[in-house]
Design a protein around this ligand. Sequence first.
Ligand SMILES: O=C(O)CCC(=O)C(=O)O
Length: 273
Amino acid sequence: MHCKIEATTANPIHRLREEGWCIVEGVIPEAECEKIRQGIYDVAKANRKNYAIEGLTFLPAFINYNQSYAKYIADPNVLDIVKGIFGPHPRVSYTSALINEPGNKRGAWHADWPFNQQKAGHIPSPYPLDVIFHLTTLWMISPFTIENGGTLIIPKSHLKPTNPTCKPEEDWTQPLDGEMNATGPSGSVLILDSRMWHATAKNSSDTPRVGLAIRYAPWWLNLDILMPGSEERKMMVDKPGLSENEVPRLKHEVYNNLTKETKPLFHHWLHTR
Ligand SMILES: O=C(O)CCC(=O)C(=O)O
């Protein structure tokens, strides 16, 4: 297992716990990234959601539209780390395409679900325990560089008991002390504790930055609130009229074509409750 080390230890799980992030290089061969990049870009653009921020294309449940990267989601270089944290039965919670066009604006600092305090389903801050509940992984289908806007992160911010979504009235788009761009060659995977403060960086290159956000959850984290039509979502989001991310159900034909290693990560998305 290769993990780019910039801390004191070679163990990526230890590093995730201490620093809140690590990068695993070479998960998808670079030549393969070249082949799948345009397809991901085209499909994401063609199905872009109109609520996406200007300069960004965002498409949830991307696995339903394009499966060119699907087998890598179960790649042991990533999955062994995920299992090392969550145990033997992790689940994929999100597969989203992220296209950052040249000239996009810098985004606001935030932590991801279930720590985003503006979403109906969230763990209220101050978080009671230092526990990794959810992992956000950002897949570099393009190389991530400082110029094209490698994700902005603040190492160790996962250890804070809260995050900027607690105070949405403040402007969180400004630089903060300790920030850095996470960079790597195409085919690398940035793994973040979802509590980590992070933000979209400006793409100052002349080429779109193509990425995927794939998130992993432990078996015990209830994901039903994300699923349109679920009983949880009706009660907690629709009825009170609150905001929440949407992860539509997985299409059966897509599930049937996944590899045997990938299927267990997605089985829960076949059904709503
Ligand atoms: O595109 C990026 O670099 C950051 C994406 C992000 O902030 C997110 O998916 O929560």
